[in-house]
Design a protein around this ligand. Sequence first.
Ligand SMILES: CC(C)(COP(=O)(O)OP(=O)(O)OC[C@H]1O[C@@H](n2cnc3c(N)ncnc32)[C@H](O)[C@@H]1OP(=O)(O)O)[C@@H](O)C(=O)NCCC(=O)NCCSC(=O)C[C@H](O)C(=O)O
Ligand SMILES: [Mg+2]
Length: 289
Amino acid sequence: MAAAPIRPRRSVLYMPAANARALEKAQTLDADGFIFDLEDAVAPDAKVAARDQLARALAGFDYRGRERVVRVNGLDTPWAADDLRMAARSGADAVLVPKVESAAALLAAEAALVDAGAPVGMALWAMMETPRAFLRADEIAGATPRLACLAMGTSDLAHELRALHTPDRIAFLPSLGLGLLAARAHGLAALDGVHLDLSDDAGFEAACRQALVLGFDGKTLIHPKTIAGANAVFSPDPARIAWAERVTAAHAAAEAAGKGVVLVDGKLIENLHVAEAQRLLALANAIGN
Ligand SMILES: CC(C)(COP(=O)(O)OP(=O)(O)OC[C@H]1O[C@@H](n2cnc3c(N)ncnc32)[C@H](O)[C@@H]1OP(=O)(O)O)[C@@H](O)C(=O)NCCC(=O)NCCSC(=O)C[C@H](O)C(=O)O
Ligand SMILES: [Mg+2]
């Protein structure tokens, strides 16, 4: 299968599908993607109205090419079948399945989407948020070619682990590492979990930087005021872009001259550096730098 074109996912904003103002406001927001939530952010007695409202928003609002992802209710809930049916025909780019713990769960969600007429290009995303999910991360990440992204759910994970949210997020590191390994092994995108304290700007930026260092593509968010910060941290910085341009130019010149060895800034450049430089340039181009 050909590699999917690179898509920025620096900032992916959750919003409750029951919140009409949020659905409307998202049209003006500069997040790379939106997760329209039918699951935990919607109360049981609001589920049906939220689903209908979301279907109307996806049909009528202009989200300006940003990735539109519907988070359905858990497959073992009474709402999942209707959520998947609505999502399949909604025009959304992807469906996010919560609390995935096996490849079979993703295959079941995929089968329901296909039965309901989902287009071939509609992607699946999986929430990684329970111990069993991380212990089966390789199986889950390889479940189906439709799977495009693993989104970490650190709130549910903290609950399941009986862990504490600390500034260094030490309790989550083993799980985040497993999730990231599985995503990269299967060529998937990987998104970090949300930062819950909206009054803690410094802590939010530190969490974004930690996620960048770990290798995540971006962060899931709960409030519009955090979009710009996430975009800034996960965008390739000008020095990296300049390095990538030097590497690709030097590599092309060396190839034209039939040379096998290239030095850039006095350092040996290998194929892996060329691949990373090309990825950074493609990302910068997709962002519009
Ligand atoms: C946290 C909030 C409830 C705060 O909402 P509110 O009090 O309305 O905030 P503000 O007054 O500061 O809002 C300012 C304006 O921004 C709009 N807004 C707010 N939040 C959003 C949003 N998420 N998306 C779009 N627009 C948003 C307000 O409407 C205001 O607009 P305006 O009228 O122009 O002033 C709220 O932010 C919120 O509900 N956040 C999302 C919560 C959510 O979706 N939670 C579930 C996902 S997180 C999760 O489940 C993680 C995972 O599963 C895990 O286990 O870890
Ligand atoms: Mg969760």
